[in-house]
Write a new protein. Structure first.
Length: 252
């Protein structure tokens, strides 16, 4: 009888211990695991590894395509806060290469603190990785895997080493010369033609010398608005001498 009562007592104690543990907050139970995956600099701003759920989203949304050679482990998921032109705060998201993750997070923190307007920042997967659709929606983004046309070189967006900001109001523009001698004007997005005149004042415009420009340049990025053969006013990228090393390494 004593042995039976002793056994029952042990069972009750063990059950109580399990119950107490299960009621701990989830962040305490998995604190060690979370610390290896998330770096939070302040509320609303963090760097995370690519979770399984996010990876599935990127594959179904076509930013991480079947032929993608950039390792999942080399990408990072940023959560940042940003304000639109009316001062409303939004939770933004962006996937970048781990090489630029800390710098880009710091840039967005400073832009947010200064009230620099960014209208929209969601993953290109929300648009099935379609650039034109995404740019027309004035979405800011980074990683979207692709090779440069007719090559095995990975584009800088394909590496996650180029960032586009307020894309509708800061379009890409180039005059293409055809083989027959004619010229073709290319504007991306097509709806951004009204914003090619950079002497005009309008919301969400990036200008040389403004805060967005200064912060990216300070971190070693180049601005597409400085190019002479074409203009890409939305675009900040790492120099080719850096990105080509990664492109070659991943493409082997």
């Amino acid at each position: 009888m004593k042995r039976k009562l002793f056994t029952i007592a042990i069972i009750f104690v063990f059950a109580a211990v399990l119950s107490a543990y299960s009621q701990k907050p989830a962040d305490q139970q998995s604190e060690k695991t979370e610390k290896t995956k998330v770096t939070e600099t302040r509320e609303g701003f963090s760097i995370r590894e690519i979770s399984d759920d996010l990876f599935d989203r990127m594959k179904s949304g076509k930013t991480y395509k079947e032929d993608c050679v950039v390792p999942r482990e080399d990408l990072r998921y940023l959560l940042v806060l940003h304000k639109d032109k009316d001062g409303n705060t939004h939770q933004g998201e962006m996937v970048v290469h781990k090489l630029i993750a800390e710098d880009v997070l710091e840039i967005f923190e400073k832009l947010y603190d200064a009230g620099y307007p960014i209208e929209r920042m969601v993953l290109p997967d929300n648009y099935m990785a379609d650039d034109e659709t995404m740019m027309r929606d004035n979405n800011s983004s980074c990683f979207n895997f692709r090779f440069i046309s007719h090559t095995r070189k990975i584009s800088k967006h394909g590496l996650g080493m180029a960032v586009d900001i307020n894309t509708l109001y800061n379009p890409y523009h180039k005059i293409v010369k055809n083989e027959d001698g004619t010229q073709e004007e290319v504007t991306e997005p097509a709806t951004g033609k009204d914003y090619l005149d950079r002497t005009k004042d309008f919301d969400y415009k990036i200008e040389k010398g403004d805060l967005c420009y200064k912060l990216f340049i300070e971190k070693g990025f180049e601005w597409g608005g400085d190019w002479s053969d074409r203009k890409d006013y939305q675009h900040f990228e790492l120099p080719t001498k850096i990105t080509e090393k990664y492109s070659e390494m991943y493409s082997k």
